[in-house]
Design a protein around this ligand. Structure first.
Ligand code: BGC
Length: 761
């Protein structure tokens, strides 16, 4: 299709008409050019194809059956890119069969607070991990000729007042924490589309935020796909066009198309910007036409795949006395509503109409007979004495009691945040009471985000399944009985208490403003900096075997900024059964002119090892692995100095470390003013000499030789007094006639030239 030719033949009205949807899920048709509507559909961990055309009434609701794969909270914990690519391919096949042009996801928003109601749809508190897992998923989906829409760009980190709130975040934090996963995904996986968020970022709605949609996304990162709005996220459409929002979704019934036309006619909007939006819609249409093949898929196969994926994602949190894997010859009972009706997905736009669901109670028949007691009602909080005592009676008769617990649907859903980090009381009480009558308690958890666990010492085993998709029951049994060895690691910290969490104070803001006061210190960056105890750290997860690390090696002792560093470390399975280990690589900046997190994840690999086997694992670290975002340069910079390279089994279990020097020639640019403190100048000996020479000369010329002499000697006492004072104050105090501001300013300028000699422009 010749996009430019069609564009040149279109009227302004036709171009504007392409800038919004035709209905709830489709783009518009343009018969004159044989352009048909194409379908955009949720996402992200399964296909939700619905003909529901009204958000409120749900009229004519009819949804295609699809496989619900594990949600991102789970898939992130797999730390396995290959697995995500496989899942993406399966999603792509289902979309092809259903004529979907773009599946709406994945979501790479950062888990700023564990209470965000949509955390289950997001990957991690760490941008590197989120970007890697999301990129693999996108590559898988798009390899099948179906587009993706990375969402929600940007700073949609809460559901509270999501359509009004402004996420107020400083420039460095914005880039290092909240944009970085988007950036990496856009550069490395080339998603067909990006979806902007509902909220404002630093006061401006994302849907009309030129800084985000054009300056960063297109100009800095080179994105050349289509930007669509989240459903209903558009405020002032003409501002959106000017900012780079190509497509408004869903349909605005022509109202905003007319606004665009009028703005152009009045000379308030450049028609070229409308052309750009229409061009991106046409290019998307063309991509769909070129890649659409239709086809079919096998529901049973995808269900099985979903089971295998779920098993790779689960995290074994506790395994005292090796209670797991279970011995199927023992008497085992299952307790808890989630054994019978698992909680495997979250509420809202990602909710899938599943082909089938397997509960643990059904799946366990593949292994052995178990008895069952309900213990609690899924949606209730109040302990039910009858249900609990039935469960106690059952637990007394059995060798092991496996309790399926977690968070109910009503706790985690799109559009609302959790109010607290607790599990329902009835479940906590059930665990305590069962543990009082049976010392062999295993808790299997179904939840989309961390919870407090006041009962933790009562359970010998804890298996975190997260929201593991429709085949979660089978996966849970495969892990419980040891058919699969757990290999997931936490993609987020489990704090001890909600009060410990980084965003706790002012968490979701006041009115329409939330301030990200914790800055860079989100997730493990916060707990590590404050040396806080946590329930389970980022990157943590047990296995039924054990691994030893040895022999970390770096390809060089010293590199320059363009050089790459190769790191290798040997991992050995020293246990009795095969298993997989996620080797994590953290980088730690030892000398920096700016505050930096203690350590940051910059690489990971999942390795499969037979009992006794060892393998060398390799990582490549490029410039970005050492960089921080400089607000002086408005860009990423790498400073010279020592960096520690740490290989670990979790962020708090570093097994091997080595260090490298970066010799880059980069020193951050310095800008002194007359209000700089003397201590700032003292940090640069050449500048300090120049400054004190000037000072002595001025004092002498004013006849204050005694003072001049004291600056000649510059004792420690003098430095203590003066270093906290500003240049301006020092001058005011010392000189009787005073030095003119101009003279002072030109001296300071000279200092700036001296200190920045050799620094990057
Ligand atoms: C959600 C998006 C979703 C869209 C379409 C919005 O409410 O925020 O994630 O893709 O609806 O269902």
């Amino acid at each position: 299709m010749n996009v430019e030719k069609i564009l040149s033949e279109m009227t302004l009205e036709e171009k504007a008409s392409l800038c919004s949807g035709g209905d709830f899920w489709h783009t518009k048709a343009l018969k004159r050019f044989d352009i048909e509507p194409i379908m955009l559909s949720d996402g992200p961990h399964g296909l939700r194809k619905t003909n529901r055309n009204h958000v409120v009434t749900g009229a004519d609701d009819e949804t295609a059956k699809a496989v619900c794969f594990p949600a991102a909270c789970a898939t992130a914990s797999s730390f396995d890119r290959t697995l995500l690519e496989k899942m993406g391919k399966a999603l792509g096949e289902e979309c092809q069969a259903e004529d979907i042009a773009v599946i709406l996801g994945p979501g790479v928003n950062i888990k700023r607070s564990p209470l965000c109601g949509r955390n289950f749809e997001y990957f991690s508190e760490d941008p590197y991990l989120a970007s890697q897992q999301a990129a693999a998923l996108i590559k898988g989906i798009q390899s099948k000729g179906v587009g993706t829409s990375v969402k929600h760009f940007a700073c949609n980190n809460q559901e509270t007042r999501r359509m009004a709130v402004s996420a107020n975040v400083d420039e460095r934090t914005l880039h290092e924490i909240y944009l970085s996963a988007f950036e990496s995904v856009i550069k490395n996986a080339k998603p067909w589309t990006v979806m902007c968020s509902y909220n404002r970022v630093n006061g401006t709605y994302s849907s009309q935020n030129k800084y985000l949609l054009t300056d960063i996304l297109r100009d800095k990162w080179g994105f050349d796909g289509l930007v669509m709005s989240d459903w209903g996220a558009v405020d002032e459409r003409e501002k959106g066009v000017a900012a780079g929002l190509d497509l408004q979704m869903p349909s605005a019934h022509g109202k905003t198309d007319a606004i665009i036309v009028e703005a152009v006619k009045k000379g308030e909007l450049d028609e070229k910007l409308v052309d750009e939006c229409a061009r991106n819609v046409l290019k998307l249409y063309d991509k769909y036409k070129t890649n659409h093949k239709g086809g079919s898929w096998d529901a049973d196969e995808h269900h099985e795949l979903s089971r295998r994926i779920a098993a790779e994602c689960a995290v074994l949190l506790k395994n005292k006395d090796d209670i797991l894997p279970l011995d199927k010859n023992k008497k085992i009972c299952f307790i808890g509503a989630f054994a019978k009706e698992p909680r495997f997905q979250g509420g809202g736009s990602s909710h899938i109409d599943c082909t089938q669901v397997t509960s643990a109670l059904e799946a366990v028949k593949e292994y052995c007979d178990v008895e069952f007691a309900l213990g609690f009602e899924a949606e209730s909080s109040e302990p039910d004495e009858k249900l609990i005592s039935e469960a106690e009676d059952l637990a007394k008769k059995n060798d092991v009691a496996v309790i399926f617990a977690g968070l109910p649907d009503s706790f985690e859903f799109e559009g609302g945040d959790r109010k607290h980090m607790r599990m329902p009381d009835c479940q906590c009480e059930l665990i305590e009471r069962i543990a009082a009558v049976n010392k062999n308690v295993v808790v299997v958890l179904h939840n989309g985000s961390p919870m407090e666990m006041p009962w933790i010492n009562k359970a010998k085993g804890i298996l975190e399944m997260y929201l593991a998709g429709q085949a979660c029951g089978g996966a849970a049994c495969d892990l419980l009985f040891g058919k699969v060895n757990p290999s997931g690691k936490l993609a987020e910290t489990f704090p001890i208490r909600h009060e410990d969490t980084p965003a706790y104070i002012g968490e979701f803001g006041e009115g329409d403003n939330v301030y990200y006061n914790e800055g860079l210190y989100v997730g493990y960056r916060w707990y590590d900096k404050r040396k806080m105890d946590v329930l389970f750290p980022f990157g943590y997860g047990l296995s039924y075997t054990k691994f030893e690390y040895s022999d970390i090696k770096l390809s060089a002792d010293e590199i320059n900024a363009d050089g790459e560093l190769t790191v290798s470390v040997t991992v050995k399975n020293v246990g009795k059964r095969s298993g997989k280990e996620v080797v994590q690589l953290y980088v730690r900046d030892r000398h920096s002119s700016v505050d930096r997190p203690v350590r940051e994840l910059k690489g990971y690999e999942k390795v499969s090892l037979e009992a006794g086997e060892s393998k060398k694992v390799f990582f490549r670290l490029d410039k970005r692995a050492f960089a921080y975002y400089s607000t002086a340069e408005h860009d990423w910079v790498v400073e010279d100095g020592r960096f520690d390279i740490e290989a670990g089994a979790s962020s708090r279990d570093i097994r091997q470390s080595a260090f490298v020097y970066i010799n880059n020639g980069y020193t951050p640019r310095v800008k002194f003013t007359i209000n700089s403190l003397i201590m700032d100048i003292l940090a640069y000996p050449t500048a300090a000499k120049e400054f004190f020479d000037f000072l002595k000369q001025e004092l002498t010329s004013e006849g204050m030789d005694i003072h001049a002499q004291r600056f000649e000697e510059l004792t420690d006492d003098m430095l203590t007094v003066f270093s906290d004072m500003s240049v301006r104050t020092t001058m005011d105090f010392l000189t009787t006639k005073g030095i003119t501001r101009e003279k002072l300013t030109s001296t300071i300028e000279r200092l700036n030239v001296i200190v920045n000699e050799g620094a990057e422009e």
